[in-house]
Every structure is written in structure tokens, then in C-alpha cells.
Design a binder for this molecule. Sequence first.
Ligand SMILES: NC(=O)C1=CN([C@@H]2O[C@H](COP(=O)(O)OP(=O)(O)OC[C@H]3O[C@@H](n4cnc5c(N)ncnc54)[C@H](O)[C@@H]3O)[C@@H](O)[C@H]2O)C=CC1
Ligand SMILES: O=C([O-])CC(=O)C(=O)O
Length: 350
Amino acid sequence: MAKEPVRVLVTGAADFNGVVESGSGEARRSGQIGYALVPMIARGVMLGPDQPVILHMLDIPPAAEALNGVKMELVDAAFPLLKGVVATTDVVEACTGVGVAVMVGGFPRKEGMERKDVMSKNVSIYKAQASALEKHAAANCKVLVVANPANTNALILKEFAPSIPEKNVTCLTRLDHNRALGQISERLNVQVSDVKNVIIWGNHSSTQYPDVNHATVKTSSGEKPVRELVADDAWLNGEFITTVQQRGAAIIKARKLSSALSAASSACDHIRDWVLGTPVGTWVSMGVYSDGSYGVPAGLIYSFPVTCKNGEWTIVQGNGLGIDEFSRKKLDSTAEELSEEKALAYSCLT
Ligand SMILES: NC(=O)C1=CN([C@@H]2O[C@H](COP(=O)(O)OP(=O)(O)OC[C@H]3O[C@@H](n4cnc5c(N)ncnc54)[C@H](O)[C@@H]3O)[C@@H](O)[C@H]2O)C=CC1
Ligand SMILES: O=C([O-])CC(=O)C(=O)O
């Protein structure tokens, strides 16, 4: 029997010109990730090839016409799994009945704005959208926050939607995880699908810690540690880490736009693994509510290695994941940055 459609919300989904300003003050195209993401969802990349979906797209009123244009394109693409499209600037209509919410919409930093100004704008957006999700989304709705500052936006959303279980609110660090897999595969000239179990710890920012201490590569003679195969600790502890940390900025510099394709694809990976499960023996990185594991302060949304089964994530525990002194410092410094962001976000609420 055919499955019932799942309603999937994507905020910031309009593809339109000239309203958002880039850091340089020039007008630029916005809705980049959303526009890349909606066809992937409609094709079954996020929830599987047998799961019908109804797409809900939300954007701000100046983007209404462009949002309707995206709806027209989705209809024209005749995706077999797509059972309906809601394109709206009304947050209640957008959130009603959704089982998955991908929060891409947010306020970008503009020239001359202080960090606190950007945080303040996003805190009010995420506070309002949290209330709408709490009241109108389906029970057990799974939330993925993509918009920056992703961890802290997710934390605000969690705080203002207290009836949504804290395990249901996450943020995207899978793009960083995939970037780390990509760097290792390029360096070793192996298939990216043969590399696994890197870890992104902490914030989706330049303080994140991409950790390869437990990562392996499938070879003809079994799984081998990445460290042994790379055999260059200076590169792994230096250039590799900074490349992954700075990759978003490098893409923006090259494209003059954010990493839309890879962010959209990674958002699909995040939700697909969360809903359908991670392969046996493989973990992925997700920004989740810290329970104090690995000495990370509880009450932050922090990226950990997780496995997923039956629609639930679990932080990878156990003796296998020893944290050496180098890693400890990096785990702590990204946690410190998140604590500061949390304090800043709370100061914007008062
Ligand atoms: N976590 C991650 O791995 C990554 C996060 N990002 C972040 O994702 C976000 C989206 O990136 P882009 O698509 O390039 O940005 P963008 O600026 O092109 O698009 C943002 C969209 O959000 C909309 N928006 C603004 N306020 C809204 C509101 N209150 N409700 C609904 N929609 C609203 C805008 O109108 C626009 O369509 C940014 O915050 C970016 O920094 C980008 C890449 C990776
Ligand atoms: O700062 C941005 O918008 C880009 C970003 O997060 C990334 O590509 O990782």
C-alpha cells in the first residue's frame, strides 16, 4: 500500500533577486539553498524513493511572487512523489501539519552590522518560528536548522518550542562532515564512499574541529585508519583542519554565493539518515542537544558523532573514542564559542 505523504517545510525557499545584500553591500540572489533543496526533496533524495511528500515553502512577503514561481516550476517538473505544494509567507500556514522542518531562512549579515545585530534579527525569527512549529506542526516533527548561526538558531528554536522534544531539534554539520570525507578522499585518491567515521565536533563555524582519529578507509585488505594511510600528521593536524573549517568562506569567495548545492545535498543526508538510519558500523555528525557527553557542557547544540536507528539519534559513546590532549583543547574551544553565542543570543531576548 502507498505510504501517506509527509509534509516537509523548507523556509527561505524563494529564489529571488536584489532584496538581500551581500557583505560587500551589493544586491545578490537569495534563497540559494532552498532552491537547490526543494527538487531534491521532491525526487525522494531526503525521505526515500517510496515516500510521497507535500512541500511547504515559506519566505518573506517581498519574495512572495518569486516563491510562487518556484511552486510553478515544481508543478512543471511533474515529480511523481510530489503530492502537493504550499507556497506561503504565512508562518502558521507553513508550519501546519509538517513532519519535517528544514529551517534555511534567516537574516544574513550586511555591511556595517555588528555580530549582535545579526544575532538579534535571527533570534527573533527563530523565536517566532519556534512558536508556530510548536503549535501547528505534526507531533514528533523533526527539525533541522541550516541558517547561520545554525547551532544557536537551533538552540533558540528548542527553547521557544518546549513541547517539541529536545531530541527533535538539530542543526546541520553534515556538510562539514562531508567536506572532511571529500578532503581525505582527494588526498588519498580513494572513493569518497570508502571513507567513513570522520567527526565534526562543536560549532558550524571556523572553530569546529574536524577529527580523523577514528576515521577509516575501505581497502582491498580491509579497513585501515586514515592516519596510517595519510601518514602526515602535520597535514592532518594543520591544513586539513583549516581547509574544512574555512571551506564555506572559500566557496563564497569563489562563487560569490553560499555553498547551495552541497548544503542542500547534506541537509538531505542529515534527514535521510536520521529517519531511515545510519549504515551498521558508520556514524555521521549532527548538531544535537548536548547531554554532557565528552565533557561538553549540557544545554548547547553541539556537533557530535551519532548513529541513527528507528528515527532516533544516539551520541556514539564508548572506549573506542578516546580524546587525546590535542582534541580536548579543540573540543573545549568550540564549546566556549558556543557558550558565548548562547549568552549573546539570550542578551538579545531581553
Ligand atoms: N549549516 C550549514 O552547513 C550552512 C548554512 N548556511 C546558511 O544557510 C542560510 C541560507 O543560505 P542561503 O540560501 O545561501 O541564503 P540566502 O540569503 O540566499 O537565502 C535566505 C532566504 O531566507 C529568506 N528569509 C529571510 N528571513 C526569513 C524568514 N523570517 N522566514 C522565511 N524566510 C526568510 C530570505 O528571503 C531568502 O530567501 C544562511 O544563513 C547561510 O549562512 C549556508 C551554507 C551551509
Ligand atoms: O557562512 C555561510 O553562509 C556558509 C556556510 O555556513 C558554509 O558554507 O558552511
